[in-house]
Design a protein around this ligand. Structure first.
Ligand SMILES: Nc1ncnc2c1ncn2[C@@H]1O[C@H](COP(=O)(O)OP(=O)(O)OP(=O)(O)O)[C@@H](O)[C@H]1O
Ligand SMILES: [Mg+2]
Length: 310
């Protein structure tokens, strides 16, 4: 090889190495992007819910009746088994039971996120599937277990899902009823404070109260509350409890209770165990007749005493 050939070879070599590294870097980036968009594409491809087909719902002051409802997310794995009960309009029905017994799943059926595998849910005499999703869901206020917030301001989070404009007075009133006005006013930007992704900048109790304010603002006829399992300190618990009491007034309420304070005043208590209803009645009745309910109540009471001792 001549000296000239060698120099040319080395120069070419340098020129080829750089694009090669760029090419490999591109493929790693490409793979990463593929992984990241998989979920987005899955969501975009999911069938859209039919929101408008069906009758408009007029009279909500009728009992909600579950008739022998069985439900499974996957065939063979039964989550709810032959559940039957009625919820009277304007009354409070509390659902208690161990973790994983299917309480939140029951709410998903009532919200019509899923269809029962067997059996039927009725409002009065009519299966709820006859009403359009739009008119059914607009009657329901749902405070879910995690009280999820979206990235944005407190104002946006409280007004989330409202179809009309909300005045400042209305907003304040809802926050006040939810016992959220005080901590919001103490924040430097008040109602315009950014809550961060999933509400990360607020505490659990604060998030819950914002979720309650959101439900209050919608003024729903049917209220579904899924109490958070995570324990609040007794002071926040007391405040959240008061906010919930405000919210429940004069509505058909279904509440999944993890705290005794919510259940004692309920008109009807259902005990759900492994997807079956094993007890139904008032607090006194269940205390007398239901072993597991007694246990639940005793544990809750003991917690209360411990808190007071401290
Ligand atoms: N989206 C889902 N897909 C598949 N299985 C699910 C889904 N959601 C819940 N499950 C299963 O259903 C069962 C009941 O769950 P559910 O959330 O209804 O319990 P829960 O009574 O609300 O419990 P907790 O008191 O802890 O909130 C669990 O075994 C759970 O694994
Ligand atoms: Mg749950």
């Amino acid at each position: 090889m001549t000296a000239g050939d060698l120099v040319a070879f080395i120069l070419y070599l340098f020129q080829i190495v750089i694009p090669m590294t760029q090419l490999t870097a591109f493929f790693t980036e490409f793979q990463k992007a593929m992984g990241a968009t998989e979920r987005i594409i899955e969501t975009l491809n999911a069938p859209e819910e039919d929101y408008s087909t069906g009758r408009a719902l007029e009279n909500t002051s009728q009992p909600i009746v579950l008739d022998n409802v069985t439900f499974a997310y996957k065939p063979g794995e039964v989550i709810l088994q032959g559940v039957s009960f009625a919820v009277e309009p304007g009354k409070v029905t509390a659902i208690v039971g161990p973790s994983g017994s299917g309480k939140t799943s029951l709410f998903s059926l009532l919200e019509r996120y899923y269809q029962p595998t067997e059996g039927v849910i009725r409002l009065g005499r009519e299966p709820i599937g006859n009403f359009s999703l739009q008119s059914w869901r607009s009657q329901i206020g749902y405070v879910s277990q995690e009280s999820p917030l979206v990235a944005g301001t407190i104002r946006e989070n409280i007004c989330y899902g409202m179809e009309r404009a909300v005045s400042d007075d209305e907003l304040r009133q809802a926050a006040k009823m939810a016992y959220a006005d005080q901590f919001i006013d103490e924040l430097p930007d008040g109602y315009d404070t950014e809550v961060g992704e999933r509400g990360i900048k607020l505490s659990g109790g604060q998030r819950q109260r914002i979720a309650i304010a959101r439900a209050l603002l919608r003024d729903p006829k049917i209220l579904m509350l899924d109490e958070a399992t995570s324990s609040l300190d007794s002071k926040s618990e007391f405040v959240v409890q008061k906010a919930l009491n405000n919210l429940m007034q004069g509505r058909t309420t279904l509440v999944i209770a993890h705290r005794l304070s919510t259940v004692v005043d309920a008109d009807q208590i259902l005990f759900l165990d492994k997807g079956r209803i094993t007890g139904m009645g008032t607090h006194e009745e269940l205390m007398r007749s239901h072993e597991m309910y007694r246990e639940f109540a005793r544990q809750q009471l003991r917690m209360k005493e411990l808190v007071q001792e401290i």
